[in-house]
Design a protein around this ligand. Structure first.
Ligand SMILES: Cc1cc2nc3c(=O)[nH]c(=O)nc-3n(C[C@H](O)[C@H](O)[C@H](O)COP(=O)(O)O)c2cc1C
Length: 322
């Protein structure tokens, strides 16, 4: 039987997976050799993720993290997804049950600690991919295509940010001061957002209170613009999965994509607006010829970061065990 120590070690390693806004919705229980994963839909994004797809994708990434962490102990898991909807506001929703058994080590687990989101400039050099390919990912390397994506990303971000409730929810998940009660535990902190203390103090003003004025003056677009860094990102990955697949299964593959990149020394910076904003999503399908039976899940900038990984904010064990 899996010991409590190993279970807790695997829970903490699984929690290193990326989650939307760093909400970390995954919760765990264990009954002997059966581990259950729940989604805490009360931390779901009412505005940014009303269907709970991003929450399910995030839980899937954590689930894959658990499978990888178990493999480091010579354990495997037979996974049964519940197929339950994870829309916000339903409390704890069961996502999957894992029956633990013996299994081979999956060396990808070694990169769980190395992966992080990098929201800054990347080294200005073509990435060395050592023949890396994935059937579920279109790698965009050409300058022209990256510039096209960079321009669409700015347009889509501006369109998504036009919704005041979206901006308020986003700011509520930012931990802009070190004294925020949740700093270091969840959400996106100042260092992860690559902001100075002075910039961080301005964020609630710029994104919430003054936005309508800034928008009327045509200044809002400069606030959200990432065109410079996006067009200079050495690699943009367009991650797409079978349209009929569950978001949890897609999330499992998403973590593997991010870990494979980490194994090559690449950090990622997602551009969720490209897939979340329907007209832009359609434009990406057309431009890159993505077939209709594939779901464009996310575009991610990848490159070698020009600085060290920011400190990681994660919930303590007591918050994720039930
Ligand atoms: C579904 C999903 C969507 C995300 N969208 C964005 C995004 O649009 N922009 C961004 O900067 N980070 C995005 N992220 C990254 C998360 O904010 C990040 O994983 C989280 O803050 C934890 O930080 P870490 O990846 O460094 O561990 C997304 C992550 C997931 C799983």
């Amino acid at each position: 039987m899996i010991s409590q120590d190993i279970f807790e070690n695997c829970v903490m390693r699984a929690a290193l997976a990326p989650t939307v806004h760093n909400t970390q919705p995954a919760r765990w229980t264990r009954d002997g050799d059966v581990i259950s994963l729940f989604c805490d839909t009360d931390v779901g994004l009412q505005v940014g993720d009303p269907t709970g797809r991003d929450a399910a994708l995030s839980c899937g990434a954590v689930l894959e993290g658990m499978a990888l962490a178990l493999s480091a102990h010579g354990l495997g898991a037979q996974v049964t997804e519940t197929g339950r909807n994870t829309a916000p506001g339903q409390g704890l929703v069961p996502v999957a049950h894992l029956t633990v058994r013996d299994g081979p080590e999956d060396r990808l687990h070694a990169h769980l600690e190395a992966r992080f989101t990098w929201r800054g400039a990347f080294e200005d050099a073509p990435p060395v991919l050592y023949g890396w390919t994935r059937s579920d990912t279109r790698f965009v390397l050409s300058q022209g295509e990256r510039e096209w994506i960079a321009a669409r990303n700015d347009e889509a971000s501006l369109a998504v940010m036009a919704d005041g409730a979206f901006r308020t929810e986003l700011v509520n998940w930012m931990r802009l001061s070190d004294t925020h009660p949740r700093a270091g535990r969840d959400g996106m902190d100042r260092a992860a957002l690559q902001m100075t203390a002075a910039q961080a103090r301005l964020v609630p003003w710029a994104l919430v209170k003054l936005w309508p004025v800034l928008s009327r003056l045509g200044l809002a677009k400069t606030l959200v613009s990432e065109v410079e860094v996006t067009s200079k990102s050495p690699l943009i990955a367009l991650f797409h999965r079978d349209i009929s697949e569950s978001a949890v299964t897609s999330g499992r593959a998403y973590l593997r994509l991010c870990l494979e990149a980490a194994s090559l020394g690449l950090a990622g910076w997602p551009m969720a607006a490209l897939s979340d904003h329907p007209p832009t999503c359609d434009a990406v399908y057309r431009r890159f010829g993505l077939p209709p039976d594939r779901r464009f899940i996310q575009a991610i900038r990848f490159g070698r970061p020009t600085g060290a990984a920011p400190p990681r904010a994660r919930r303590p064990l007591a918050e994720v065990l039930r």
